[in-house]
Write a protein that binds this ligand. Structure first.
Ligand SMILES: [Cu+2]
Length: 457
């Protein structure tokens, strides 16, 4: 009897879960990770996922069923020190806690609604009975304020999944209601990982000076987040040199995000479709995580501090990075102070670029609007990082203990391996150049202090 015949014959008398179980036991179900190994596991039977800035929801075992309890509610959230908001989330946080289970588990998930309006939860990407799909109006009545609903189903797959409301979605997602649902393969993984990170991407319209996200915005967002935090408040992803690291990235924002990691060619190894067969892995340095998609990337940790960020350059900025006049090359003496009389906290793009922005805000002489983060933030061992939003660092060290997720500080570069200054003259060397420079170099330079002594007027 082949698999199809078996399904056909069995289907008449067995419920779907029993069929899946029977197939698994008979070896007919193909596991995406190829031949199974014990892998590196804990007492729970799997390497637990680590949600930076977040947490994993504890569960109770009740008669062989894993019980979880999610509470939808309004919360006080901090994107980074200096920017607080009233958001909506689950069990006190946005994103909600990560749910974690194993393929084959039966799960029972209670959902209590403490929001001022109805809600539901859709288990994004999960294979389940239609009535458990969480689409209000279609598969269930909405969960009214104060009510608790229960979802119960058997996990028939593994992979990087998500959960979010399917009721007044535009508002509820914009307010932060989302979380990750990680399902580990039943039989472990070939090439098991040593560290397993989960990151959910989102965007927020937190207009400068306000304290609630604006759900009406479609494109012009102010904050771009990993697990609802902006750089530099996003935890570094740490690893020991040589460890296999997986970063699971889900996207429930309104934009696609090309996620880029420095220092390695990673493999894209999986998605909401589970861990892919090894011959489907792709070597990349940037992977677009589309809206509603999940992607897993894996790499062997190389020592250093390595930027990990969205490559849309406005997505690595905080508020006020958009819709500003282009004043590159414009002498703005006097204009900014005039505008500031009308709009306190206004800062124009600089005449020589925007790098000066962080210096102004850091020094405190330029105070932005209330409850609004500077556009660029972060200090590294070599100066201002001038980043915000979807940006953090992978920090790999030779002496990191397994399972230690604490930030090891800045990388101590071996001597002779850091880029260094060898001249302060713009006329240094004789590089090949084409075209006509727009100005004599003395005019192009921003400050007299850097003038070349050979230059005479
Ligand atoms: Cu992006």
């Amino acid at each position: 009897m082949n698999r199809r015949d078996f399904l056909f014959a069995a289907g008449a008398m067995l419920p779907a879960a029993a069929i899946t179980k029977a197939l698994a036991e008979s070896g007919h179900v193909q596991h995406n990770n190829g031949e199974a190994t014990a892998g590196k596991r804990t007492g729970q039977g799997y390497m637990p996922v680590h949600t930076p800035n977040g947490w994993t929801l504890p569960h109770k075992m009740v008669d062989g069923v894993k019980e979880f309890h999610l509470v939808a509610e309004e919360i006080e959230h901090e994107f980074a020190p200096g920017s607080k908001a009233k958001c909506w989330g689950y069990n006190g946080t946005t994103p909600g806690p990560t749910l974690e289970a194993v393929e084959g588990d039966r799960v029972r998930i209670f959902v209590t609604n403490r929001l001022p309006e109805h809600t539901s939860i859709h288990w994004h990407g999960l294979i389940l009975p239609a009535g458990m799909d969480g689409v209000s109006g279609v598969t269930q009545p909405a969960i009214q304020p104060g009510e608790t609903f229960v979802y119960e189903f058997t996990l028939q797959q593994h992979g990087t999944h998500m959960y979010h409301p399917h009721a007044d979605e535009m508002v509820q997602l914009a307010m932060g209601m989302m979380g990750m649902f990680i399902i580990h393969p039943k039989h472990g993984e070939a090439d098991p990982v040593d560290r397993d990170y989960a990151i959910l991407l989102h965007n927020w319209a937190m207009h400068p000076g306000t304290s609630r996200p604006d759900p009406a915005v479609m494109q012009e967002f102010d904050l771009w987040t990993m697990n609802s935090k902006v750089f530099p408040a996003i935890d570094s992803l740490v690893a020991k040199t040589g460890e296999r690291v997986r970063i699971r990235i889900g996207n429930l924002s309104m934009w696609n995000h090309p996620i880029h990691l420095h220092g390695v060619q990673f493999h894209v190894t999986g998605s909401d479709g589970g861990r892919w067969l090894k011959n489907q892995w792709r070597s990349e340095v940037t992977e677009i995580v589309g809206v509603g998609q999940a992607r897993d990337i894996e790499f062997i940790a190389v020592p250093g501090d390595w930027a990990f960020h969205c490559h849309m350059s406005h997505h690595t900025m905080n508020a006020m990075g958009h819709d500003i006049p282009n004043t590159l090359g414009v002498d703005q003496s006097g204009i900014e102070s005039e505008i500031r009389k009308l709009l306190p906290g206004y800062m124009a793009m600089g005449e020589h670029g925007m790098a000066e922005h962080q210096e102004h805000t850091d020094s405190g002489h330029m105070r932005g609007p209330d409850n609004t983060l500077p556009m660029m933030m972060g200090k590294g061992q070599f100066g201002n990082i001038e980043m915000g939003g979807m940006f953090t660092l992978v920090k790999a060290r030779d002496d990191m203990a397994p399972g230690d997720f604490s930030d090891p500080g800045w990388y101590q570069h071996p001597s002779g391996t850091v880029a260094r200054r060898i001249s302060s003259s713009p006329d240094y060397g004789s590089p090949a150049r084409r075209g006509t420079p727009a100005s004599k170099r003395s005019e192009a330079l921003p400050t007299p202090s850097r003038k070349n002594p050979h230059d005479h007027h």
